[in-house]
Design a protein. Structure first.
Length: 526
């Protein structure tokens, strides 16, 4: 755990990508292979299930420290993170436990079948043998909240430099179903014997945002245009009569879309499709908020399947009869895809149509009107482009319609985590609703470090009430909030949900009297 704690500390104390890569390589050079496997698992989101409740951990810490509950709450409110708060209030360790990361992870997993008394003994014994940083990591691992601010691209770049493997090979190797207890580090790095099951997906090809018009991209006839859909990006895999659906977030979501799975099962042969899963009813594409109602449910009722049916709009063919097609130009892959779907004609699987155009000017109006069919804009793809792993600038572009914007006032603030734990960075905004205010959205991004510090000073001086780590503040600071879509919602006080809200700018030129009215905002709902 010592080396892992040193790695986490190094990663949390720098913003420089190269410094993070160097820290990861240094860790890999010093740690045994079984720890390397768990490191990759944790950094790719394969966190262990929570086997110890956070309420129990809190109670045990108070029992040790004899702190009054109100003082613990004050400390928690100030720190903003339970694992960090527990690490800070606990007394110094009386001994030193020298477990490796793999040993800790196996011990944590073994808690699944332990009694509450045995869990308590394990946690207290562990706290008494770990220093502050190790204890913090332990708390997050055992509480199931371990997260680290390292992008997948940074991780892959570090592993590429360490192993000498191609980045695309490593990305492919790390995706799919695997467990740290079942593979070796060499298996992961060499990409041999990884995911022998039929479910293995490919790394997704991603597009860059097109900030200006497409006129600088070259000749129009070298490009194809499609609508950009707002759904769940997915790879639909059929191999050896088995069907798997993977989300872009590397989650296996097959059971959440039974109608798509059943349609693919009726098809012949082996293939891997790339497309967008959408809620579609009576040939109309529904809002993403409707699709959300179906996600992550253990049971999909007949009523829900009938009210929110789904289809997948397919736009690429990555594999056919075991042959990897990704290096072929998209024009060729598209032709093979059209032939496949024409021959099979499966239900709930449609070809995302190409938009015919002769000159770039033809696309401007189509893009501006794309919201009328619940599209976010257009995708532009170079006809000769292969299917890259991740993003490669120049071949694929997403040309989205301009976002909606409103002016709203800050009413709640909460401190961030990690490097931002000393500042208020999580904000809740409100708009007018008659003579009162109603919350409309939360946002966490869009301000500079200097502005964050300025807002934090305002919150500290103008806090009205405390609810745990949350502060109610005077309704004075106005911000312009951008969002991609809006829909009715019973789960929000305002009755509406905003899609991807973020701060555009701090409107120091406006007061709370200038913010938008809820009734006017509702008129944006399609």
């Amino acid at each position: 755990m010592k080396h892992f704690a040193e790695l986490i500390n190094a990663l949390e104390t720098t913003n420089r990508t190269n410094a993070k890569i160097e820290a990861i390589i240094d860790y890999l050079e010093r740690t045994p292979d079984e720890d390397k496997v768990w490191f990759i698992a944790l950094f790719t989101g394969k966190r262990p299930k929570r086997n110890v409740g956070t309420t129990s951990m809190k109670e045990w810490a108070l029992e040790i420290t004899k702190l009054p509950f109100w003082l613990f709450q004050e400390s928690y409110s100030s720190v903003g993170d339970l694992g960090e708060t527990l690490s800070l209030i606990l007394p110094p360790p009386q001994k030193k436990i020298e477990y490796s990361l793999a040993q800790w992870m196996n011990a944590i997993a073994d808690l699944k079948d332990k009694t509450e008394i045995q869990k308590k003994e394990f946690v207290l014994e562990s706290w008494n043998g770990l220093d502050y940083t190790e204890r913090l990591i332990f708390n997050k691992l055992i509480g199931g909240s371990f997260r680290i601010g390292v992008s997948g691209k940074t991780l892959i770049n570090a592993l590429t430099r360490f192993s000498g493997q191609e980045s695309s090979t490593l990305m492919h190797s790390l995706m799919g179903k695997w467990h740290p207890d079942e593979v070796s580090f060499n298996d992961l790095i060499s990409a041999e014997n990884i995911n022998p099951d039929n479910s293995k997906p490919y790394p997704f090809c991603l597009a860059y945002p097109l900030e200006k018009g497409p006129e600088d991209l070259g000749k129009p006839d070298e490009w194809q245009a499609e609508y950009k859909w707002d759904g769940i990006r997915g790879q639909i895999i059929r191999r050896n009569d088995e069907v798997f659906i993977w989300s872009r977030g590397e989650e296996l979501v097959t059971e959440q879309f039974p109608e798509i799975m059943e349609s693919v099962q009726t098809m012949q042969g082996d293939f891997v499709l790339d497309g967008e899963i959408l809620a579609v009813k009576d040939n109309n594409i529904l809002n993403f908020s409707d699709l959300q109602k179906r996600l992550n449910r253990k049971t999909l009722t007949k009523k829900m399947l009938a009210e929110i049916p789904v289809e997948v709009f397919v736009y690429d063919l990555l594999e056919l009869e075991g042959n990897d097609l990704r290096e072929k130009p998209i024009s060729g892959r598209r032709a093979m895809l059209e032939e496949l779907l024409l021959n099979e004609a499966p239900e709930n699987i449609k070809l995302s149509r190409n938009i015919e155009f002769e000159k770039w000017e033809d696309l401007h109006e189509i893009r501006e009107n794309s919201r009328e069919i619940n599209s976010e804009g257009l995708m532009l793809k170079q006809k000769n482009s292969p299917y890259h792993s991740g993003r490669k600038k120049g071949d694929w572009w997403k040309w989205k319609v301009n976002p909606f914007t409103i002016d709203a006032v800050l009413i709640y603030a909460q401190k961030g985590s990690g490097r931002r734990s000393a500042y208020y960075t999580d904000y809740t905004f409100a708009v007018k609703n008659g003579d009162s205010l109603v919350t409309i959205a939360k946002a966490y991004s869009g301000l500079t470090d200097k502005e964050i510090m300025e807002v934090s000073r305002f919150v500290t001086k103008n806090a009205l009430e405390k609810f745990g780590p949350v502060r109610t503040v005077k309704a004075e600071l106005v911000f312009e909030i951008a969002f991609e879509g809006i829909a009715l919602s019973n789960r929000h006080k305002s009755g509406v949900a905003l899609r991807f809200p973020r701060i555009v700018r701090w409107r120091k030129d406006k007061t709370v009297n200038d913010i938008d009215n809820l009734e006017e905002i509702k008129k944006l709902i399609p």
